[in-house]
Write a new protein. Sequence first.
Length: 399
Amino acid sequence: MRFCTLPFINILGKKGRSAALFVFAFLLSFSIFGGAIILSSLRNGLKSLEQRLGADIIVVPYEARTKVNADTILNQGNRTYFYMPGSTLGKIAKIEGVEKLSPQIYMCSMNAGCCSVSLQLIGFDPDTDFTIQPWVRQSFSGTLKTGDILIGSKVTLTSSRNLKFFDRLWNIAAQLEETGTGLDNAVFANIETIRQMMDAADKLNWSFTDKKYADGMISTVMVKVQDGYDIDSVASLIQRRIKRIQVVKAKNMTSGIANSLSNVSKIIGILTIIVWFLCLIILIVVSTLIIGERKKEFAVLRIIGASRRKLSFLAMSESVILNTAGGLCGIIFALILIIPFHSLIKSAIGLPFLLPPATIIFVMFILTLVLSILCGCITSSYAAHKIAQVDTGTIIREG
């Protein structure tokens, strides 16, 4: 028997002892890697949300505040609709400090035979839009024609490349990149296409329109404030001069989410540190107990010619092997839980959640594995120190 094979023989021979060390290494790597992935995904989701908003101020009808939380509608893509007069756009344009503005119009498909699936439908004006277009250009470089739709990343892309809404088929021009928000479950089109959908819905007696808005209607106005103007002041002007609207400042929307993200991050971070610390302490304690139990084994190995250096190598090898195996299994198990079920995690947390790129996940994988092996080296170095103090003669005399 070669000495280099002895660590493997000892691991297989002492299954209970090996299993205990393996489990602690598993928990350590699982908590660190899983926590890192979740924290990174939350930060990516917030960053993506800020990019998707792109506006300083969002103007909605007053009813949007009384009926449903506007932040939820705009950020999470809930299936709902609300309208205000199209003339509101011109009134906002006259407000001092407004640099850009663009309308959007909302409706939702029905969970019935007339529609492929129930989704939020959002219309925008490609000529004036500055919030959706930058996102669209990542996936679609063509011109969005009337009758074409863009679908979010969570909407199923059919082989026929069309979806049915209100007994009409609409051509899917492209599927958009994931944002980690509810907008991934939405459908986008130009405003003319949305108005055609409304006409089709009217024919089925599913009316979204309010006939009192003779000059057309819109759901929201996205506003970009000129440099040098205070956003709060411009928002106050819009609120005072235009009746029956509600002004939502984008920074207020994201700051609330950022606060929630900060609280969740602190909890996950604290739990990760606690688990890591406990596992490290337990590994050291278990290694110490194991060394005490193995004194006779080490004494016999010394008698047959093994040096203290070789015994230290034996203890370190066993620890590194078990920590590497436990670390790999912990990381893989975290991947199995998080990657396929990240949508469920997003729903449970209630915050934007966007997985980091594969390269970042790979870096986290390597760093977590190295940390797990490093913990094995720390605990085994302590064991090696104990081995060096073993007095072979005393142990033999004790029987």
